[in-house]
Design a binder for this molecule. Structure first.
Ligand code: ASP
Length: 343
């Protein structure tokens, strides 16, 4: 009887310890998140093989991000490294494989921001620079400006020996076919239209937010914009405060989605402002912007965000968003479809 009681106490006590360990286990600290665009993504319209390809690519990018983190690189470096890899991967709508304008050209936009000093660099309408994110960084580091477009941006790239490519480098068969199909659909719907058309909701922009060993935040975004966009159209991605923002006092954010809405509602800066002025948590602020502010007005898309403590949020109001999170211990989670446990 005595030994039975003892056994019962041991079981109860070890159960309690286990419960405490589970209930009070500290949350893992995130050090970087990436996205590869949000949109109408479902297991029905992406083959199993393609899902694997996307997930593997996201994982590889975050592994490179972890290498950079371990080497003590700055958060701006981590963001640049991760986005360069996403730009070089034709699966995503940035750099190689970017979407095409209604006239069949490539026009790329990118921005990067450092949360420690609020320095930022952005470019738009770039047509021959292999990695627009590096050009955005050049604007931030080597000029007194924040935003340079078109010819001036290309000139700056040449002066700084950034890699130059021809338009053919960016154009993939998949995007050409997508553009043809979209133009055919539009002409069927409105036979009298010319090619100055509304952009369609084909998402796929890339972005990264990161924190470094000195606890500085950074954010970056790079995109081809929206398929079939008008020549000269600029989305939210390169606009500081709309698609990209970082401030050590609050968080770092990179958005993806229907850019016109993200611009009009100042999406990224609103997340930061809700934290700064209303003392919202990162998760509450990020969810408010995506679900309560943008969704009701038709602003489809999502965002990735991280704060100084390594808390993160990646809400989206579409059926999916290509995304990944890297933790301080090197572990990685990647996902495409609905959110599980807030990711
Ligand atoms: N936000 C981008 C733009 O409007 C597109 C996207 O995220 O897919 O240019």
């Amino acid at each position: 009887m005595k030994s039975k009681l003892c056994l019962l106490l041991i079981v109860l006590f070890s159960g309690l310890i286990h419960f405490k360990a589970v209930a009070f286990a500290p949350k893992k600290k995130a050090i970087a998140l990436i996205h590869g665009g949000a949109g109408n993504l479902s297991a029905k319209n992406i083959s199993k093989e393609d899902q694997e390809l996307y997930l593997k690519s996201l994982k590889n990018v975050l592994e490179a991000g972890f290498d950079a983190y371990k080497k003590g690189k700055s958060s701006v470096d981590i963001v640049e490294v991760c986005i360069q890899l996403l730009e070089n991967n034709p699966l995503f709508n940035a750099g190689k494989g970017a979407v095409i304008t209604a006239k069949g050209e490539i026009e790329l936009d990118a921005a990067i921001m450092s949360g420690s000093d609020l320095k930022a660099g952005a470019v738009s309408g770039v047509q021959t620079i292999k990695n627009p994110i590096s050009l955005a960084r050049t604007v931030m580091d080597k000029t007194t400006h924040v935003y340079i477009s078109g010819k001036g941006a290309e000139e700056l790239a040449r002066e700084n020996n950034l890699e130059i490519v021809t338009q053919d480098y960016f154009l993939t068969e998949k995007r050409k076919v997508q553009r043809e199909n979209i133009l055919k659909e539009r002409i069927k719907a409105e036979p009298n239209q010319n090619q100055n058309l509304q952009p369609t909701e084909k998402h796929g922009t890339v972005g990264c937010v990161a924190i470094d060993m000195s606890n500085n935040l950074a954010a970056g975004t790079s995109t081809g914009g929206m398929m079939g966009k008008r020549t000269g159209r600029i989305g939210d991605s390169p606009i500081i405060g709309a698609g990209t923002y970082a401030n050590n006092q609050t968080c770092a954010i990179s958005c993806t989605g229907h850019g016109e809405f993200f611009i009009r509602y100042g999406a990224a800066k609103t997340v930061s402002d809700l934290m700064l002025y209303k003392k919202y948590s990162l998760s509450k602020a990020a969810n408010q912007v995506i679900h309560q502010i943008l969704f009701p007005v038709g602003g489809t898309g999502g965002l990735i965000s991280i704060d100084k403590k390594g808390n993160y949020a990646a809400p989206f109001n579409t059926s999916g968003m290509y995304r990944g999170v890297l933790f301080e211990d090197g572990s990685i989670e990647v996902a495409i479809f609905e959110q599980v446990n807030g990711f």
